[in-house]
Ligand binder design. Sequence first.
Ligand code: MG
Length: 170
Amino acid sequence: MASRIGYGWDSHEFKSGVPLRIGGVALDYPKGLGGHSDGDVLLHAITDALLGAIAGPDIGTLFSPSDPQWKGADSALFLREALKRVAAAGFQVENADSTLILAAPKIGPHTPEIRARVAELLQIEPGRIGIKAKTPEGVGTENAAIAHAVVLLQPKSNKPPRKKRRKSTR
Ligand code: MG
């Protein structure tokens, strides 16, 4: 079985009075991202990338925005379901890369924390997670946060379990 690539994209509008969550991390900012769930634009893009890589249904199909059970949902739940489907299809995540596009707040200082959280959710080392951020120069999307994500999947390794080392009989 060959490797697979997946791509995801998402955007959410900033709104006052909602908490800001990006990559599963709560950021201190007066506005958050609107949406039916917690509006975590990065986790949504990564979820769609995982689902895309296995030609699965997209995030909106699995977790309909019109379904009241997903109101205010923790987006980690969506990502976990996508990861479960990836595993069921016989794959594991090799690495993920992403770019956030937003005017504010500055993401740089939070990158290590976001990387660590996304790595934890994807069950891989932080060194396999790319988190990059840019401001929306000239594209007029100052009131939105946009995320692009790609993932690479490899067939699950079926290494035989390690043999126990024999205890010395001496
Ligand atoms: Mg979304």
